[in-house]
Unconditional design. Sequence first.
Length: 225
Amino acid sequence: MIQQKVPTAPTTPTPATGTTPFATGRAAPSASAIYEGFRAQRRELTNQLDELESTRREITGQLEDIPAGSPDRTPLVARMADIDSRITSVDHLLASNATDIAKAAAIPGAVVEPPRVVQNDPPEEAWVLGGMFMVIVLLPLSIAWARRIWRRSAAAVASFPREIGDRLFRMEQALEAMSVEVERIGEGQRFLTRLFTEGEGTRAIGAGAAQPIERKSVKAPERLP
């Protein structure tokens, strides 16, 4: 079984008083640096706690798959106990870290507020109010205007002049009569073409000698006595 080392409690840095250097010859960290150091320590401890809890869930799932009384449960149970002790230790460190953060934040200059962002654009409320105005006011007005235009167009179509309608009707009748006459002319042309193109033995129109025309004698009217 792989033994995991229990993390030890980190030493708490103390805020610097003045510019007294440490034994290493470097200047003491500022109050804001100490504060950020405690916050970084808290993030690291939180990550460790998450990893330990994830490992504990995996061990719990393995124990559920192994039947009770099996010798394979013994190392898992021992590892579970070790994980529980480490989780308890990290919890204590997190509690101590919360106290250290609160103390470091009380030192003047430890907490540095972020600079304010100067916003030149209109506020978000203006966009929200503009959208509400468009939906509540402009949309109904546009719908009413469109309906008015549709009604006007329908009225214009309904009030079509009667004279133009009569004229169109007469034009339609004239076109129909013209088409009938053209059809008749075409029939006559086809009939003449068929007569001219008949087979042999057919006498052409106007061919041969002219036949004499018998004249009938007209009796003179009798005179009355």
